[in-house]
Ligand binder design. Structure first.
Ligand SMILES: *Cc1c(COP(=O)(O)O)cnc(C)c1O
Length: 395
């Protein structure tokens, strides 16, 4: 009998076995599903980035281990230059303020392993990206859930964290623009987080995976631009959503050098860094592409169709300002999973029940703007039409 390490017990069971079965059944029956479930860009990586990868991969010098300390120098220098250009934040790669990652999920997970000891508290948002909570627990820590509620604009209420919990807290994760609620944060909120972190000696990790997925001209602020943030925290970035590069696994962490040194000490005993050719292609993107305007325009078009459509059915949703998501309250009379099942069975429309992101996600479903097979909003419009025709919604 194979016996897993006890820490794997910290991984929660997959909540949506039934949803997954219903989806598989619908596909097997040949039903036409419109899938709002996947938070993974449906559009290809921009061609110039692919071309740079081809060139770099044809250079045998990239076929070896990356022997640098913090990651391919071209990449970390490009990340620092991008930070200066984009956020007016000065980072010094020579002092260890920039660290290459094999995708930001890797860095977010390993940060808990580098800083959480058994008995420590990890402050994690709920609903939230599951990585924060699971890795805090696997590292032996106790996750303390910070509820993200509509009445607080989906920001954690720091004053609601009991002081004995705050004193035991080692690490706080925040994530703005936010998955799954699509909320954004102000510099004022970031300043409150810095004050809290200083008072209780807590390390802050701000996950900025969606900083460049923004609409209507909205510019997402950097945590590190707030005075004092460099003393307490790091920010994690990913090229995944910015440049449709999820499968490439390219990200970076920036901020406090002591924190990054701990993360890198762990990482250098686990991985041997990313394929240098990928990092060179990523460096080129950071230096030469201002985000990905064509893809953003497509998401924005889908966003408008979905939100206008749902609002015509009685919702009262604001226009998503950032991220790939719409966080929609469930009409009265349904629980989250039941509503998602109804949409799937009656309309062939797949959405994710909010409880998949934590207990405070009950009452919501998440719709992603990355709808595979949608070219120009036509599938998204079809989904709204099907809901209108087939699902009874009463407010
Ligand atoms: C997608 C996502 C990430 C990202 O990922 P990598 O592909 O590992 O860089 C990180 N945080 C959140 C909240 C995400 O949704």
């Amino acid at each position: 009998m194979v016996r897993y390490a006890d820490r794997l017990d910290a991984i929660p069971p997959y909540l949506f076995v039934e949803m997954a079965q219903l989806k598989a059944k619908a596909i097997a029956e040949g039903r036409d599903l419109i899938d709002f479930g996947i938070g993974d860009p449906d559009q290809p990586t921009p061609q110039p980035i692919i071309d740079r990868l081809g060139e770099a991969a044809n250079n045998p010098a990239t076929h070896r281990y990356d022997e640098s300390d913090y990651g391919c120098p071209e990449f970390i220098n490009a990340a620092a230059a991008w930070y200066r250009r984009r956020f007016s934040v000065e980072l010094d790669p020579s002092r260890g303020e920039v660290l290459g990652l094999i995708g930001s999920k890797e860095g977010l997970a390993h940060l808990a392993w580098a800083f959480i000891s058994p008995g420590d508290v990890g402050l994690v948002p709920d609903p939230g990206y599951p990585v924060y909570k699971v890795n805090t627990a696997m590292a032996g820590g106790t996750p303390y859930l910070m509820p993200l509620l509509a009445e607080n604009a989906f920001l954690p209420d720091l004053s609601a964290i009991p002081s004995d919990v705050a004193k035991r807290a080692k690490l706080m994760y925040i994530n703005y623009p936010n998955n799954p609620t699509a909320a954004t944060a102000t510099p004022k909120f970031f300043a409150d987080v810095v004050a809290f972190a200083k008072e209780y000696d807590v390390i802050v990790c701000q996950d900025a995976a969606y900083s460049e997925v923004t609409y209507d001209g909205y510019k997402s602020p950097s945590f590190l631009a707030v005075p004092g943030a460099m003393d307490v925290g790091v920010e994690m970035h990913s090229l995944s959503k910015t440049y449709n590069m999820t499968g490439w696994r390219v990200g970076f962490a920036v901020g406090n050098a002591d924190i990054l040194r701990g993360l890198n000490k762990l990482k250098s005993n686990i991985d041997s860094k990313q394929f240098p050719a990928l990092m060179l292609a990523g460096a080129w993107a950071l230096r030469n592409l201002e985000g990905n305007p064509k893809t953003i325009a497509l998401y924005q078009k889908r966003r408008d169709i979905i939100i206008d459509g749902l609002n015509s059915l009685g919702w009262n949703l604001p226009k998503t300002e950032a991220t790939l998501y719409i966080w929609a309250p469930i009409p009265p009379g349904y629980a989250a999973i039941e509503f998602a099942k109804t949409l799937l069975e009656k309309a062939g429309v797949l959405v994710v029940p909010g409880v998949g992101y934590g207990e405070y996600g009950e009452g919501y479903v998440r719709l992603s703007l990355t709808v595979t097979g949608d070219r120009d909003g036509e599938r998204v419009a079809e989904a709204i039409e099907r809901i209108k025709q087939n699902v009874e919604i009463k407010w």
